[in-house]
Design a protein around this ligand. Sequence first.
Ligand SMILES: NC(=O)c1ccc[n+]([C@@H]2O[C@H](COP(=O)([O-])OP(=O)(O)OC[C@H]3O[C@@H](n4cnc5c(N)ncnc54)[C@H](OP(=O)(O)O)[C@@H]3O)[C@@H](O)[C@H]2O)c1
Length: 240
Amino acid sequence: MANDLNGATVIILGGSSGIGLATAQAAQAAGAKVVITGRDAARLAAARKVLSNEARAEQFDAAHERPAREFFESFTGIDHIFSTVGTLVLDPKLAPSRTELRPAMGVRFWAALYAAKYGAPKMNTRGSLVFMSGTAARRPLAGAAVASASCGAVESFARSLVLDLAPIRVNVIQPGFVDTPLFDGFFGDQRDAILKAAGEKLPVKRVGRPDEIADAVLFLMKNGYVNGTVLTIDGGGLLV
Ligand SMILES: NC(=O)c1ccc[n+]([C@@H]2O[C@H](COP(=O)([O-])OP(=O)(O)OC[C@H]3O[C@@H](n4cnc5c(N)ncnc54)[C@H](OP(=O)(O)O)[C@@H]3O)[C@@H](O)[C@H]2O)c1
């Protein structure tokens, strides 16, 4: 029987927007006690408004060790941690400076590592970690070589952690294109047209919605036999 999320404590690092916020909503609908995190206070406050009053919101940078350690110190009995944290830096021909490229590689990995290092000791043994990757780990996305490498890194990391953290389960969600605020900054007023064109190239003829990824993340949390899995949710995009 699948683990019930009713009453479970679910922490979502990077839960104030997009896929993380949709997962927080889905977990709450399933009866979980939800904690969301993010760096921006206004974004967190807006997210709190779409969640019920029981949700907790904490502001810190999950890719930095000290605040991550201090955040997890206050918990016991965590059931699931989902880290969505990651940054897309467009890097045509690796042109940006090393300082600009570092977050694209580092942020996703270090947030996952601190979640494992400081969160796992506070977890129930039936609990799980879920890390965020992307189909760019398998299919090159021009101009995103470094961000793609960060996705590959968390996938390898998760597989090793399955052995190191057992019986806590560790899985990875690997979405294709999903319509979230992530693209607002990159594409400006062209964003809708660009996402529409990207969607038309997919077998399902549209890009994904955050709630469709959230649904898959909840599956990874609830099914106690899913472990070390990278679950692709991409509308068939890897096949075309
Ligand atoms: N959308 C897609 O098509 C797609 C596809 C594949 C993979 N992904 C991955 O999915 C993840 C979430 O993307 P999204 O599309 O949902 O983007 P989004 O709507 O921009 O949400 C990103 C969330 O992560 C938080 N965050 C970012 N850096 C953080 C940090 N260092 N510490 C704490 N929180 C942090 C953001 O809040 P603050 O900015 O306030 O910190 C926000 O809550 C990313 O890792 C992205 O690479 C997205």
